[in-house]
Design a protein around this ligand. Structure first.
Ligand code: SF4
Length: 320
């Protein structure tokens, strides 16, 4: 199975991904942080821009948080950018600018959980390691016909056990990359192409498209919020968020009382975790809070603003 998989990978693997071309451990670290909950296609240009802006761990560690958040714009989940910045600072200060090569030390670093640690060991240091990303879990669940929900305790145990059994003694980088690419190209979530798969001779999947299974999802909760749009002298007023989700980013201020309907401008909807938020936007009539800061259109371009608020501002500017 390993032989067939690696043979397939040499021929069809995604060798042209920018973080796979003679990657440094720093390249792998950045790509892994970016790839959490964001697609490969989105990441490719952003990874290249990031590397021009922060070419080394040291450059990243010395950047200001505002610069880091600004470079992260559009990738969402800004906590990842903060943690990447933090981990660069810790590695530069405490580990002589070198990313540690053992699991135990990696797990002591801020923002490095079991998945990122495993990915670093495999992709940066070529160590045979169980890396359980979405694509790999799907391939393993099907190859072993694991029907337990993969987000249940039992399902997770079965996946981990099967993954350990499949692990080769060397070629950690190629093996994990090959499983990942197979899941992305052949053993896809819908319509797996078993007739093209190098693992088909030994695959146990009885009904591949039905695997992997997951526990039923909690239902989506609808929420509403009212925000204000102040514009004066060609400047838009924003406040810096102190909430856990967008801490430090610039957002449209919340209305403290219910605004008059005659000031209603527009609304947008966006998802956050298990919520679907409807943001209703009203014209602000005066500037009530000292926490509001004016920004020109040019300044808004580079300001760290979460995507839903940037979308709202762009939509609102059509009104003025
Ligand atoms: S044979 Fe089909 S189900 Fe099995 S690993 Fe290959 S693509 Fe996936």
């Amino acid at each position: 199975m390993q032989h067939e998989l690696l043979k397939w990978f040499r021929k069809y693997g995604r060798h042209d991904l920018p973080w796979r071309q003679s990657p440094t451990p720093y390249d792998v670290l950045v790509s892994e942080f970016m790839l959490q909950q964001t697609t490969v296609a989105t990441i490719i240009p952003r990874f290249q821009e990031w590397m021009k802006r922060f070419p080394t761990l040291k450059a990243l560690s010395r950047a200001s948080e505002a610069d880091v958040l600004s470079a992260w714009q559009g990738l969402g989940y800004y906590a990842r950018a903060r943690r990447l910045h933090q981990v660069a600072q810790v590695i530069v200060s405490n580990h002589q600018e070198k990313i540690p090569q053992d699991l135990e030390t990696l797990l002591t670093l801020p923002g490095i959980g079991p998945y990122t640690a495993a990915a670093l060991l495999a992709f940066a240091f070529d160590q045979p390691t169980v890396v359980l990303d979405t694509n790999i879990v799907r391939v393993i669940a099907r190859f072993h016909n694991i029907t337990e929900p993969i987000d249940s305790k039992k399902g997770k145990e079965q996946i981990a056990e099967a993954a350990h059994k499949m692990l080769p003694k060397k070629n950690g980088y190629a093996f994990a990359s090959a499983l990942m690419d197979l899941g992305a190209a052949i053993c896809t979530a819908s319509n797996p192409q078993c007739n093209l798969c190098p693992l088909s001779a030994n695959c146990l999947a009885e009904n591949p498209a039905s695997l992997p299974r997951k526990k039923p999802k909690p239902s989506i909760t609808q929420k509403k919020e009212s925000r204000l749009f102040y514009q004066e002298d060609h400047c838009i007023y924003l406040e810096q968020s102190t909430g856990s989700h967008w801490k430090g980013l610039w957002i449209l201020p919340l209305a403290r009382t219910i605004p008059s309907h005659k000031n209603f401008l527009t609304s947008i909807t966006y998802p956050i975790t298990r919520y679907r938020i409807t943001m209703k936007l009203y014209r602000g009539t005066d500037i009530p809070s000292k926490n509001l800061h004016p920004f020109s259109k040019e300044e808004l371009q580079t300001l760290a603003i979460p995507s839903p608020h940037r979308r709202a501002i762009e939509k609102l500017q059509l009104f003025f």
